[in-house]
Design a protein around this ligand. Structure first.
Ligand code: C2R
Length: 178
């Protein structure tokens, strides 16, 4: 099954790391937030696909996506949604692929807490790894870290990323202290 925005084939990057991240969102209006997850996959050279799947508006599509994700080589799903954000939890209920949930502060969110709690407060047995509001970047990083447990070269890239973060802070601290 090929899933893509506007029935076009999914946007994919083919490069040296063959394990795929599936990035889905409840609406195209979530894309400005969810793009950060795609950017992290690009930065780390991880294959990904990105598309719209809604548990509410396209329940059959959501079911097919979740059911077929593992057999299509998807190792981690990043699912973003806003308001009554049932998509991540529903996908997690269908697949054994780990799901990272991104609460989106959307046009129909009251204040963002609705999105957060809809994704965070899952019942025992169906975990969704929930990141902060609009934190698709962290979702991307977490997905890369999950993949890196089976890919030493990816773990090395992640270590280099963290080293860069540390160096920046140390540089700033040194400037402030001088
Ligand atoms: P529109 O902008 O399309 O009206 O969507 C989307 O994630 C979006 O943030 C408004 C918001 O509705 C959310 N939505 C969900 C689901 N489907 C769409 N939370 C779902 O299945 O959980």
């Amino acid at each position: 099954m090929v899933i893509g925005l506007k029935n076009q084939p999914s946007k994919q990057l083919t490069n040296h790391i063959e394990m795929k991240v599936g990035i889905i969102m409840g609406s195209k209006s979530d894309l400005p937030v969810m793009q950060d997850a795609a950017d992290i996959c690009k930065e780390f050279g991880v294959d990904f696909e990105i598309t719209v799947v809604s548990a509410h508006r396209t329940p059959d599509r959501m079911f097919s996506y979740a059911k077929e994700a593992a057999s299509r080589g998807i190792k981690v799903i990043i699912a973003g949604a806003g308001g009554a954000a049932h998509l991540p939890g529903m996908v997690a209920s269908i697949t054994t692929v780990p799901v990272i949930g991104v609460p989106v502060k959307s046009s129909n969110s009251i204040d963002g807490w609705d999105s957060i709690l809809s994704i965070l407060q899952m019942p025992n047995g169906i975990p969704v790894a929930t990141v902060a509001l609009n934190a698709a970047k962290n979702a991307g990083l977490l997905a890369v870290q999950i993949l890196s447990t089976a890919k030493p070269e990816l773990a090395e890239k992640m270590q280099a990323y963290k080293d860069t973060l540390r160096a920046k802070v140390e540089e700033t601290a040194a400037e402030m202290e001088s």
